[in-house]
Design a protein around this ligand. Sequence first.
Ligand code: GLN
Length: 538
Amino acid sequence: MNTKYVFVTGGVASSLGKGIIAASLAKLLQARGLRVTIQKFDPYINIDPGTLNPYEHGECYVTEDGAETDLDLGHYERFLGIHTSKANNVTTGKIYHTVITREREGAYLGKTVQIVPHITDEIKRRMLLLGKTGEYDVIITEVGGTVGDMESQPFVEAMRQLQWEMPEEDFLSIHLTLIPFLKAAQELKTKPTQHSVQELQALGVHPDIIVCRTEKELTPELRHKIALFCNVKPGHVIQSIDAWSIYQVPLNMEAERLDRMVVDKLGISDLPEPDLTALKAFLERLKHPGRDVDIALVGKYVELQDAYKSIQESFVHAGAAAHCRVRVHTVHAEKLHEGNAAELLGGMKGILVAPGFGERGLEGKILAVKYAREHGIPFFGICLGMQMAVVEFARNVLGYRDAASTEVDPKTLHPVIDLMEDQKSTTVKGGTMRLGAYKCRLAEGSLARRIYGTEMISERHRHRYEFNDTYRGELEAAGLKVSGVNPDTGLVEIIELPAHPFFIATQFHPEYKSTPEHPQPLFVAFVKAALEKDGAGN
Ligand code: GLN
């Protein structure tokens, strides 16, 4: 069987959930026994989102091989339980960078380098790249942006060429649009969808299936009308109605027969029906959580839900595993001070201090650590959260009032968190942090070892600063235990406070690897500790 290529474009508005639709279709195809992966093509000029502020683009997701990527790749990994890689997220910046580098090398000598064919050739090469590995039966490509935007035109043009070059049964195009409901008229409106499909068709791409985001059920008449005006087969207009959980969307898409239409068009109809047993079991647990537990997420990008996407999702998975629903209360680190800590954190059964960069909100994070430590509230620190746990301990237990990370105080006399040796010569910001998966050995008898139930683990990283080993002896003597260390470099990866009911912090980002079917062990243990705290009536 040839590798099959499915493309997902979006129309009318952004934020319709193209990533979730792509991931849901991938899930259904995977559940039929196909080997599937998803890739995202983003129209911005940045090489990757690593240098983007979370306010601009939400969380930056990190893959095993250390690519800083769009947060949709997190959805792909969570839905499919597979690892994505550098090749799964391509930006306009990467495309131009490759073409311009080749031009300087003389590869196009004598030729004028143009959007068509040079840029579109490079886009096509990357669109087909994962398919060439022989590891996948189906490659789903999500095209970022909205059809009609100037920026995404070369991607749509590359799709057009592929549609033209490939055997018909190897190519499929899905267009996701919005059907707004006008309250005053009490009517669903199809006109924006008609225009968006016209626009796509004017660019030469003919959608096979139209998926309509809607708040209200689409009637058969409405579906028929959209099919007629948009020139797709009757029955190939389906709805994606607002769902109670993103993990319900694959089931909704199955009910709409999306996967059936796709396998029929791709000429692979003789596949078993999707086996979604594990997903359904997860959804059952999610639907009947038993009890609620309140956990504070202390961060500085809290106004934007997407900034901590993987952490939020990890709590959904861990809650289902621990038979509860985690109510995540985001606490703005900048607004936290001695005077309101009890009010904002007092009722919490767990406190998580989030990753981050720079000075803003740092003192609030340190205060949150202090509050958790002194009040016996289960604590979980991630990356910057771990670094601030070390700073807090150095300041308030060792008595080094000026202890700090050199990220914000390069002149401190007690740099308990300091720039990694190999970072000292780095001046370029993009893609130069310690990124991706590294091994970590867990100390015998530690909380971390109990939680993971194994000696060697591997987790993903994204940081420049590290635990300063010079202070390890002093910190350990005062009761802070180093429980995870990189076996190759000796870098400290996990710290804990054995005297506290549950206090653990990691330099790595465990949230990137949590999935509904394999909830991340540290999150599960943290949620269970929070439940115990709750049970104790504190
Ligand atoms: N700013 C810190 C560092 O670079 C922490 C990074 C993070 O939380 N991801 O080391």
